[in-house]
Structures are given as structure tokens and as C-alpha cells.
Write a protein that binds this ligand. Structure first.
Ligand SMILES: Cc1cc2nc3c(=O)[nH]c(=O)nc-3n(C[C@H](O)[C@H](O)[C@H](O)COP(=O)(O)OP(=O)(O)OC[C@H]3O[C@@H](n4cnc5c(N)ncnc54)[C@H](O)[C@@H]3O)c2cc1C
Length: 376
């Protein structure tokens, strides 16, 4: 396994269940995960069920009650109680967890010596499975490239692919203690800017923001930049930003894979997660799709033509999710006043159709079931 992100760790847990001996090479010195929240849809929760951590993940937190989309001035565009229709349609809710909590759950399924930190992979030989790492060479029957959006293995094995492109949006994330009661999951839209609020378990709030901006900008004081952009938006957004620790605000540009790879495997190498289908975060599905990949890969990797079947199963589905995410990213990134007014009116119309209609929009993504993982 190359990469100890959520994709790599899920694949390690799933392959272990199927009887593989697994080593995870992670170039970072520790698995201290990015300090942020993560939404897990019912599709990802079912995949986590397949490796025995679904119930524990559901226990981390859940969206319930009213959630929706607002305008920057606070007017509701979509306001829906999604609990009943979600339970009716999926027998499940989406979960908002801390990344670190999910990482801990996945690690709990692995023997202690599985993850080798400070171990960077510099080359992979797809025909033989030889992996060159900073700590020496390894021989593998299967190499899983879960090395993220700027995957070096993807660049080496698909040299003609244009790679990940800047989406045009930059994002901020931070977690604060809940400053009161009654916080709901909401996303507020402005003219190209977005601010999201997600309550977490343990009286904490996960906030995220995105803005249309040129790539590579950093700010000496990220909180001051957030206040400049969102400090005049509806309550409680300015107060939430005020409560953030400036040094703990994550700021990342968003890259995505616009042109699909021709395959998700080469020889003994299988790719998963952001390495092959990085997407904008607007549907909250990047990690969910990596989790789906991991379980499907584990179900097929030891079968005849297993990796070709893996590509056939995963490429069309993840492509659909990448494209849907990109469409939403473009919609929320609209900046001109007339276009945002039209968009907001359309969203308001969708909201008037009721929560069941809102839930129906999610069906192509959430209505997915993992293969059965027969345990070895
Ligand atoms: C603002 C934002 C919000 C998001 N919100 C959500 C959400 O709510 N729900 C959701 O499902 N997704 C969300 N995502 C997407 C999600 O974070 C990613 O899709 C997911 O983390 C990808 O996991 P991965 O394991 O494929 O890659 P990564 O998490 O990038 O892991 C790759 C790992 O490989 C390691 N690595 C790289 N190269 C090497 C090498 N040569 N040798 C060894 N190790 C190497 C890296 O250090 C890293 O640990 C969000 C993304 C952003 C930017």
C-alpha cells in the first residue's frame, strides 16, 4: 500500500480481512490526520460495514433534524428535515466525523506494525511488484497506489495523462468548541463563496469555507482573510470565525482529475482514491469513494482478471461522482449577480418540493452497496 490516507488505510483493513499480508508505506512521519471533519454518506457507511467498522462510524455523530442551504444574508433556500426520508430510503443517515476518529477506527483493524511511517515510495515496477522506498525495496503481489491527488505513481505509470488540475477554488477548514446550542448542518452561498457549518459529536463544530481564487495564495493570518470574506455574512458565521485559532485553520487549494484515467490499474498496481479520481469537495464524496474503491478492490484482487474487473466496476461510478461534484462546484462558484439570483431561485424551488425531493437528488450516489467480502 502506498499512502496511509483514508483510502490506503481502508484498503489495508479490507485486504487484511481477505487474508492478505499488508504493509502501508506512508511518507509522513506520523498519521496525524488533517484536523477536520468528514461527512460519510450511507454508501461509505455500508462499505465500512463490510470491514466491520460501520456501526462504530455511525456512533461518531449523525446529521439529524433541520439542515439546508442559505444565502449569505441568512435567507433559507432549502430547509429540510432529512432524517425521516433518509431513514425511509436508505435506512441510514449521513455521519459527520472527525477525520482522526475515522483513522483510529481503521487503524484498530490493523496489526500494529502494518503502517510504516517516514517511508516514501519513489518507484514501483508494475510487472514485478517491486516497490522502491526510502527504507529499502519491497516485493509485492499487489501494489495499491493510494498516494493522493498529486500521486507520483500515477505520473510515472500514466505519463501522458494531464494530471490533476486546479479547480479554481480554495478552501479553509477549522474546528471550534460549540459556542451554544441548536447548531444545524447548513451551507451558505454567496457570489462564488461558500461557508458550511457541521456540528460534531463532543460539542464541537466543524466549519469549512471555499472561495473562487487563484491557486497558491496563502495569508499570514488566515482568520483575518476569512473575516474579510465572510465577516459580513449572516449570524453566526462571523462569531464562528472569530472563535477559530488562527494557527489551526487549514487552507488548501482544490485540485481535481478532469480527464479520466484510461484504467485504474497497470500490471500489479491498482490505484484508488484521490490518486485517480480527486474531485471537488462539494458533494462530500472524495473519501467516501476511496472507501468504496477499497472494499471493491479487496473483493476482486485475488480473482481472475481481478484488477481489470476492479477498473470496470470503479471507473464509471467514480467518474459520475467526479462530474456531479464538478457541476455543483461550478454552481456554487457562480459570481455574477444575475447568475447567482437565478441559481438561488432554482434552489428555492427545489426546497419547496420538500425533503423527499431533496433526498432523491442523492440517490445515484447513496444507493450503492458493497460486494460481500468473504473473510479468509
Ligand atoms: C475542504 C475539503 C473537504 C472535504 N470533505 C470531504 C467530506 O466531507 N467527505 C468526503 O468523503 N471527502 C471529503 N473530502 C475529500 C477527501 O478529503 C479526500 O478525497 C480523501 O481524503 C482522499 O483520501 P486518499 O487516501 O485517496 O488520499 P490522501 O488522503 O491524500 O492520502 C494520500 C497519502 O499518501 C501519502 N503519500 C503520497 N505520496 C507518497 C509516497 N510517494 N510514498 C508514501 N506515501 C505517500 C500522503 O502523505 C498521504 O498520507 C474533502 C476534501 C477537501 C479538500
Amino acid at each position: 500500500m502506498v499512502g496511509g490516507g483514508i483510502g490506503g488505510l481502508t484498503a489495508a483493513a479490507a485486504l487484511r480481512l481477505r487474508g492478505w499480508d499488508v504493509i502501508v508505506c506512508e511518507r509522513a512521519a506520523s498519521l496525524d490526520p488533517v484536523g477536520s471533519g468528514l461527512s460519510l454518506g450511507p454508501n461509505a457507511l455500508r462499505a465500512l460495514d463490510a470491514i466491520g467498522v460501520g456501526q462504530a462510524a455511525r456512533g461518531l455523530a449523525a446529521i439529524d433534524g433541520v439542515s439546508g442551504i442559505r444565502r449569505y444574508d441568512g435567507r433559507w433556500l432549502v430547509r429540510a428535515d432529512v432524517t425521516a426520508p433518509m431513514l425511509k430510503k436508505y435506512d441510514d443517515l449521513a455521519v459527520i466525523a472527525l477525520r482522526s476518529e475515522l483513522v483510529d477506527l481503521l487503524l484498530s483493524r490493523l496489526p500494529e506494525d502494518t503502517v510504516r511511517t517516514s517511508t516514501a515510495v519513489s518507484a514501483v515496477e508494475p510487472e514485478t511488484g517491486t516497490v522502491t522506498t526510502s527504507e529499502g525495496a519491497l516485493e509485492a503481489d499487489l501494489v495499491v497506489a493510494a498516494d493522493g491527488v498529486h500521486s507520483g505513481i500515477r505520473k510515472a505509470l500514466f505519463p501522458d495523462h494531464p494530471g490533476a488540475l486546479y479547480s479554481g477554488s480554495t478552501t479553509w477548514r477549522f474546528i471550534i468548541p460549540e459556542p451554544g446550542h441548536g447548531f444545524r448542518t447548513t451551507e451558505s452561498w454567496g457570489h462564488g463563496d461558500v461557508f458550511g457549518i457541521m456540528p460534531l459529536s463532543g460539542k464541537r463544530i466543524y466549519c469549512y469555507a471555499s472561495a473562487v481564487a487563484s491557486a497558491g495564495q496563502t495569508f499570514e493570518d488566515e482568520r483575518a482573510e476569512l473575516l474579510r470574506r465572510f465577516g459580513w455574512w449572516h449570524a453566526p458565521i462571523p462569531d464562528l470565525i472569530d472563535a477559530a485559532e488562527p494557527g489551526e485553520i487549514l487552507h488548501n487549494d482544490v485540485y481535481w482529475i478532469a480527464e479520466p484515467l484510461p484504467a485504474y490499474h497497470v500490471g500489479r498496481v491498482a490505484f484508488l482514491g484521490d490518486a485517480v479520481h480527486a474531485m471537488s469537495p462539494n458533494l462530500g464524496q472524495g473519501a467516501c469513494q476511496a472507501i468504496e474503491d477499497a472494499v471493491v478492490l479487496a473483493s476482486l484482487a485475488d480473482q481472475p482478471d481481478g484488477l481489470a474487473r476492479y477498473t470496470a466496476a470503479r471507473l464509471p461510478r467514480t467518474r459520475m461522482v467526479v462530474q456531479n461534484s464538478h457541476r455543483v462546484s461550478r454552481m456554487v462558484g457562480l459570481r455574477s449577480p444575475w447568475a447567482t439570483r437565478l441559481r438561488d431561485t432554482l434552489m428555492w424551488g427545489v426546497g419547496r418540493l420538500g425533503s423527499a425531493a431533496v433526498i432523491r437528488q442523492t440517490a445515484p450516489i447513496f444507493e450503492w452497496s458493497p460486494p460481500r467480502l468473504s473473510i479468509r
